[in-house]
Design a protein around this ligand. Structure first.
Ligand code: MN
Length: 209
C-alpha cells in the first residue's frame, strides 16, 4: 500500500462502483467508500490537526505505535486510523479481474499450511462466518513469516499487533446488507469471486522479504 501522511486524502477506488457487479453491488460500494471511508478519513484528519509533530508520520507508523501517542489521540488512531487503513486494504483486495487461485511462493505456502487453495477457502469462510458483531477476517503473516487467519474487532488493525496483512474481508453488515441481507455466507462466496489474488501474492512476497 502506498504510504501517505496528514492530511490523508480519500483513497481513490481503483475501479468503478459497479465494476464488481454482480458479486458486490454498486450502491453498497458507493456508500461504503463515499460515506464510511470518507467519514473515517475526515475524522482521522480532524483528530491529528492539533498535533503538528505527527503530521509527517505515515498511517502505518501511527498504528504501529499507538501506545506511544498522546493519550487523547489513541482511540482516534485506533478507530479512525484503523478504519482508513482497513478499508483501503479491503477495497484493494477486490478487483473486477479477481477470482481464481494463487501461484508462486504464496500458493506453495497455502498448500503447506492448509492443504490446497480450496481447503484454505473453506477454512477462511468458516472463520469469517464466526466473526461476531463488527469486524474483519484477515490472512496475515507473523514475525516468523508463518500464515495465520486472524479476526479483528471493530476497526482494530493487525499491524498494531505486529502482523503483516495479506488479505482481508470486511464482515460488518454495511459491506453486504443491501444485496445479501443477512446472508453472510453468500457474501463471502461472492467476495472470493472478486478477490484480487495478485494483490495478496504481492503482500505475501513483501512480508517474507
Ligand atoms: Mn466497512
Amino acid at each position: 500500500m502506498k504510504k501517505q501522511c496528514y492530511p490523508f486524502r480519500l483513497f481513490k477506488l481503483p475501479y468503478a462502483f459497479n465494476a464488481l457487479e454482480p458479486n458486490i453491488d454498486a450502491l453498497t460500494m458507493e456508500l461504503h467508500h463515499d460515506r464510511h471511508l470518507k467519514a473515517y478519513t475526515d475524522k482521522l484528519n480532524a483528530a491529528l490537526k492539533p498535533f503538528p509533530e505527527l503530521h509527517n508520520w505515515s498511517l502505518e507508523r501511527l498504528l504501529c505505535n499507538i501506545n506511544s501517542l498522546p493519550v487523547k489521540l489513541r482511540n482516534d488512531i485506533r478507530n479512525n486510523g484503523g478504519g482508513v487503513y482497513n478499508h483501503i486494504y479491503y477495497f484493494s483486495c477486490m478487483s473486477p479481474d479477481g477470482g481464481g487461485s494463487p501461484g508462486g511462493s504464496f500458493a506453495q505456502k497455502i498448500d503447506i499450511c492448509y492443504g490446497d487453495w480450496n481447503s484454505f477457502k473453506k477454512k477462511f469462510k468458516e472463520y469469517a462466518l464466526e466473526v461476531f458483531g463488527s469486524g474483519y477476517l484477515w490472512l496475515v503473516t507473523d514475525r516468523r513469516g508463518h500464515l495465520k487467519i486472524l479476526c479483528s474487532a471493530n476497526q482494530d488493525s493487525p499491524i498494531t499487533r505486529g502482523f503483516c496483512p495479506i488479505m482481508t474481508i470486511d464482515v460488518w453488515e454495511h459491506a453486504y446488507y443491501l444485496k445479501h441481507y443477512n446472508d453472510r455466507a453468500s457474501y463471502i462466496d461472492n467476495w472470493f469471486n472478486v478477490l484480487n489474488i495478485e494483490f495478496a501474492e504481492e503482500n505475501y512476497c513483501c512480508s517474507i522479504n
